[in-house]
Design a protein around this ligand. Structure first.
Ligand code: PAF
Length: 284
């Protein structure tokens, strides 16, 4: 595995693969890799002969007062974890390489408000513009055949799918199932912010979403379930920012005939803001 920091060197390496007719996969990350990331890498590997993983803590997607400065940066350990998973290049650029005109005046990709002015987008204004912008740049740099993202960040995945569609980007976006700890907590780098007591409380998030999913399948009303889920989370010590049942394909309010739904939630727990979701398929 080659560690590359430089944009020109990355382009040159990928160009040689493409000349040889090899399919290229991309796994963008912000590092501090856990088993969830490794499953993205393994799934990307199955779909391409060459694989680029990226580690870049993207300042553009962090808001004021968020954890950009303290976000765990563990490049050496990340490189170690990736060895043995078929990654050809680990691309870890600096901020200047990704934003050569400076952050303030960088050209941005602004996803449509119907996808961003809800859920996490309400608490994190500008976040999805930052995500779409950096993902567009990584797609441009690597020009992969397939790019792989986790479904834990469900709204992010929809934003990226929409950007790829709207900008006619020649890449297949593959969403991977969320990897969970033994007690059901979705893996996330931000779980490291939890104290021992908070870590014991945290699985209530996934459990509540599973309960909502089961109740939806049993025919319960989604608005009542959303309210009841907020109450359950509060009782478990997890104040909810939102619990929403939406249409899985475009995150719009579901119509009675919709079969593919998703339950999404964000909670605050100490220093951490945790998100999770469950997809639900209804049989009408
Ligand atoms: O999901 C993440 O880790 C980030 O949002 C991503 C997609 C790597 C963009 O910075």
């Amino acid at each position: 595995m080659q560690l590359i920091h430089d944009v020109a060197q990355l382009r040159e390496t990928v160009r040689a693969w493409k000349r040889a007719g090899q399919q290229v996969g991309l796994v963008p990350t912000m590092g501090n890799l856990h088993d969830g990331h490794i499953s993205l890498v393994d799934q990307a590997r199955e779909q391409a002969q060459r694989l680029v993983a990226t580690v870049f803590v993207n300042p553009l997607q962090f808001g004021e007062g968020e954890d950009y400065q303290t976000y765990p940066r563990t490049l050496e350990a990340d490189a170690e974890r990736l060895r043995g998973h078929g990654v050809d290049v680990l691309f870890a650029p600096g901020v200047e390489a990704m934003y050569p005109s400076g952050l303030g005046s960088a050209t941005r990709i602004v996803p449509p408000p119907e996808l961003t002015e809800k859920l996490c987008g309400l608490a994190r204004p500008g976040h999805f513009t930052g995500v779409a912008t950096v993902v567009a740049k990584l797609l441009n740099l690597v020009q992969p055949d397939v790019a792989v993202f986790g479904k834990k960040d469900f709204q992010q995945l929809q934003v990226i799918r929409r950007m790829v569609l709207d900008l006619n980007l020649p890449v297949r976006v593959h969403g991977c199932e969320t990897v969970r700890e033994a007690d059901g907590l979705a893996m996330s780098s931000r779980n490291a912010y939890l104290s021992a007591e908070e870590r014991r409380q945290a699985p209530a998030l996934g459990q509540t979403l599973r309960w909502v999913a089961e109740q939806l399948i049993a025919g319960a009303d989604r608005s009542i379930l959303e309210r009841e889920a907020v109450a359950r989370l509060k009782q478990a010590g997890l104040p909810a920012e939102y619990v929403s049942v939406l249409r899985a394909t475009d995150l719009s309010p579901p119509r009675p005939e919709d079969a593919e739904l998703v339950v999404l939630a964000a909670v605050r727990l100490g220093r951490a803001r945790l998100i999770d979701n469950r997809e639900v398929r209804l049989r009408h």
